[in-house]
Ligand binder design. Structure first.
Ligand SMILES: Cc1cc2nc3c(=O)[nH]c(=O)nc-3n(C[C@H](O)[C@H](O)[C@H](O)COP(=O)(O)OP(=O)(O)OC[C@H]3O[C@@H](n4cnc5c(N)ncnc54)[C@H](O)[C@@H]3O)c2cc1C
Ligand SMILES: *[C@@H]1O[C@H](CO)[C@@H](O)[C@H](O)[C@H]1NC(C)=O
Ligand SMILES: *[C@@H]1O[C@H](CO)[C@@H](O)[C@H](O)[C@H]1NC(C)=O
Ligand SMILES: *[C@@H]1O[C@H](CO)[C@@H](O)[C@H](O)[C@H]1NC(C)=O
Ligand SMILES: *[C@@H]1O[C@H](CO)[C@@H](O)[C@H](O)[C@H]1NC(C)=O
Ligand SMILES: *[C@@H]1O[C@H](CO)[C@@H](O)[C@H](O)[C@H]1NC(C)=O
Ligand SMILES: *[C@@H]1O[C@H](CO)[C@@H](O)[C@H](O)[C@H]1NC(C)=O
Ligand SMILES: *[C@@H]1O[C@H](CO)[C@@H](O)[C@H](O)[C@H]1NC(C)=O
Length: 665
């Protein structure tokens, strides 16, 4: 193997990287294959980092075109040859799309980590991937996020892929299994070196690059037609450091977590070590990927701040392909940016070191209310809601995390579930003393709920027992969100307008997922790019709606989509000028997303950094910093043959989908 790491020849053909691939060993030209090319990812040694000396080894024996794997400036010649300056990314079928042999060498260098995309639903369609049992399994378990985990491209909100190859569409008239907005290849990354190879390869060959961790994204930010995908799910290192000392002066317990670590894994490990970690509510959401990059709210947030406030140090592969450490001393601007400034923008996070908190008691309550069953009139329902909402600032002071879901169930009836309302660090008697006055007021107006109180001496059991499994996978919904600031409670008229706005949206059929949460920074946290709207939020509201593809015309579906963004959301914007939405649970069509998801001042600074460290435009995602310089074109031309092409054509006249070609504006 060793000789081969030193002897890879990528022969150029007609100036493009298309055909031959041989290696020159002791003067003999031999075919490049598994037996003759060893993985650069293994050659890279213990820390599995791609370095200049690894590349030098590869170029030792009169190699040509190996520069497609080179870093930043060194790869400039290949970048120009690969038409990096062209206005659009190279797609399959284009003249400059790398030939099979080039993909093969890339695969060999990554140690066989390359996966050609087979859509998750392909097992349900006639053809080589058909598998009736597996098809049944994925259909039966479709709304469970675990089901999508072990597949590199099975994202949970497939609308942005054009709903391509949905398992339940198999057998429908005209349904074929297409890639749609899915990437063409994935790198199943288990080391930084493979990520570096992929970043260099995509940059120099002008390929679209996407990063996909768990695929929980609501905006289509972890997929893209014609792309190479870096799948971070298997970057699973997890290390407890009892006495970590950060560059910024934090001294105490911390975890170093790989980019693929999911909430359940971190919570379990922290609990075992006797601490409380900060993460999201869903079992399988990633911790170190998109979640932390955009902030990340947590049941711990009322005392610990956002997920991004926990970060002490970051290992990240930057757009030039280098693996760097960013903390308060090294690459401090990058460190500022990756804590709130968004994923898929400044590089691929390989690991985060995050602080943890002491083990503590959690007390809380849940209930589930259906006004039709409880004989609660519309008037009483909204009066009861306003009684509750009015107390949000007080509950913020009490460090409340109150997470509830509301629907209009028709004919002036509503369903409202408190999923839990809890307070980290509070004993049950104090918690009941906080909640009981509300329950008494409710009782006096005939708004009766049946509270179920609970308490545990640790977070892990609280979370395991009192957070419902959340349903994913819907192909016909869109959501949007707003961070409603506490100052709205200081002005009685504005407060009424705020409640009126929220109520009107629910009346008209929106879901309301609301959080009574505050995102104040804990003491000693370094400044970050986190959306400042998080710092003084009192109510975080997610709204949205679905549609029925079978019974609605494309025009009606487009109208529903526009209503969410331009009508319902506008009512929330109008009552909270200058605030914003949460980018991870935001609307891909949010107007002025830079101001809304990042804050206007942060956005300018983030944009400047983006231009500086990614002049090539290696990383793109809709609503990511710098994404306004790009657009998706030819949304239906490229993929063709999709079941929903009429709908896609109509929707994509307005909605950003990922089924087309990525081009500079
Ligand atoms: C059921 C459910 C529950 C949720 N609960 C919460 C919650 O409690 N709190 C909360 O704040 N949010 C929550 N979210 C929203 C969640 O934060 C976003 O979906 C987020 O994008 C998930 O990040 P991910 O890395 O797991 O997902 P992905 O979809 O894989 O990635 C999301 C984005 O991050 C980028 N990215 C991923 N990994 C990396 C990396 N290593 N380096 C750079 N970029 C990367 C991707 O390219 C993409 O743009 C929830 C979502 C769902 C569906
Ligand atoms: C370069 O190749 C030599 C010989 O095969 C090997 O001993 C050395 O470890 C390689 N260096 C790197 C950085 O991979
Ligand atoms: C999925 O569905 C099957 C039934 O088809 C069930 O037996 C199985 O437990 C479910 N869960 C997972 C994770 O596959
Ligand atoms: C990805 O890599 C891991 C670790 O090598 C392996 O266990 C897993 O099977 C791979 N997944 C796929 C889909 O190839
Ligand atoms: C951090 O920066 C210092 C000095 O600038 C340097 O010596 C050190 O190697 C860097 N550490 C890392 C982990 O990059
Ligand atoms: C429901 O409430 C109304 C008035 O609030 C009352 O008149 C009626 O008797 C109640 N019905 C039931 C079944 O409790
Ligand atoms: C909750 O906050 C209020 C102030 O807004 C305070 O009076 C009350 O004592 C707090 N309750 C608890 C249980 O901390
Ligand atoms: C509303 O009430 C009418 C008349 O009782 C009934 O026909 C209809 O199905 C109800 N709608 C819903 C959504 O319950």
């Amino acid at each position: 193997m060793a000789i081969l790491a030193r002897a890879v020849v990528l022969a150029a053909c007609l100036g493009s990287l298309a055909n031959a691939q041989t290696i020159n060993v002791n003067g003999h030209v031999v075919v490049a294959d598994e037996g003759t090319v060893s993985a650069a990812s293994e050659a890279a040694g213990d820390n599995f980092e791609l370095t200049d000396s690894v590349l030098a080894n590869l170029t030792d024996l009169h190699l040509t075109d190996i520069d497609i794997f080179k870093f930043g400036e060194d790869g400039e010649a290949a970048y120009k040859r690969g038409l990096g300056f062209a206005s659009c990314k190279t797609m399959p079928g284009d003249l400059h799309w790398p030939g099979k042999i080039v993909w093969k060498v890339f695969n060999l260098l990554t140690g066989g980590a390359l996966i050609k995309t087979v859509p998750f639903g392909a097992v349900c369609y006639e053809g080589e991937h058909y598998d009736a049992d597996e098809c049944t399994r994925i259909i039966d378990n479709w709304t469970n996020s675990d089901t999508h985990d072990e597949d590199p491209t099975a994202n949970m909100y497939p609308l942005f892929e054009g709903n391509a190859c949905l398992p339940t569409d198999a057998g429908k008239d005209g349904a074929t299994c297409q890639l749609g907005g899915l990437p063409v290849y994935s790198v199943n990354a288990t080391s930084a070196s493979q990520v570096q190879l992929a970043v260099n390869f995509a940059r120099t060959l002008n390929l679209r690059l996407v990063i996909r961790n768990t695929g929980h994204d609501f905006l289509g930010r972890s997929t893209g037609a014609g792309a190479l995908n870096i799948w971070t799910h298997n970057l699973k290192k997890l290390q407890f450091v009892e006495n970590y000392q950060s560059a910024g002066g934090y001294k105490g317990p911390a975890f170093k977590i790989g980019a693929g670590i999911q909430v359940v894994e971190l919570y379990e490990a922290a609990n075992k070590a006797g601490y409380t970690a900060v993460g999201g509510e869903c079992r399988t959401v990633g911790v170190a990927g998109g979640y932390t990059a955009m902030g990340g709210h947590s049941p711990m947030s009322p005392i610990a701040g956002l997920g991004s406030d926990q970060v002490l140090s970051v290992e990240i592969v930057t757009p030039d392909g280098r693996l760097v450490v960013a903390d308060e001393k090294n690459n401090s601007e990058l460190f500022w940016a990756v804590r709130g400034g968004g994923g898929s923008t400044f590089g691929v996070v390989i690991s985060l070191t995050v602080r943890v908190w002491p083990k503590m008691t959690f007390s809380g309550v849940t209930w589930s209310l259906a006004t039709a069953d409880a004989n609660i009139s519309k008037e009483v329902f909204w009066k009861g809601m306003r009684t509750y909402w009015a107390k949000f600032p007080e509950y913020n002071d009490n460090h409340t995390y109150g997470y509830s879901v509301m629907f209009n169930t028709g004919n002036d009836t509503y369903s409202w579930s408190m999923l839990p309302w809890l307070v980290p660090g509070m004993e049950l008697p104090a918690f009941k003393a906080m909640v009981n006055p509300l329950l008494d007021e409710w009782k006096s107006i005939g708004f009766n709920v049946t509270p179920e109180f609970f308490t545990y001496d640790n977070f892990y059991d609280t979370w395991k027992n009192h957070f419902p499994t959340e349903s994913v996978g819907a192909s016909n919904v869109r959501t949007a969100s707003r961070l409603i600031p506490r100052k709205n409670w200081d002005d009685a008229d504005l407060l009424e307008e705020t409640f009126d706005a929220v109520q009107s949206i629910v009346e008209e059929g929106s879901i309301l997922i609301s959080y009574n949460i505050n995102g104040a920074a804990p003491k000693g946290v370094a400044a970050s790019a986190l959306n400042p709207a998080w710092r003084d939020v009192s109510m975080f509201a997610i709204i949205g709606s679905g549609w029925d593809v079978a019974s609605s015309s494309p025009d009606d579906i487009l109208a529903t989509n526009k209503k969410i963004t331009n009508d319902w959301m506008q009512r929330l914007r109008d009552v909270s000028p200058g605030s914003g939405g949460y980018g991870n649970e935001g609307d891909v069509m949010e107007p002025d997303f830079g101001q809304s998801f990042y804050g206007a001042d942060n956005y300018k600074r983030l944009y400047a950094l983006k231009k500086k460290i990614d002049p090539w435009g290696v990383f793109y995602a809709p609503t990511a910093v710098g994404s306004e310089d790009w657009e998706i074109t030819q949304v239906t031309d490229f993929v063709g043959g999709l079941l929903y092409s009429d709908l896609l054509e109509t929707l994509s006249s307005w909605l950003t989908l990922q089924t087309g070609r990525l081009c500079r504006k």
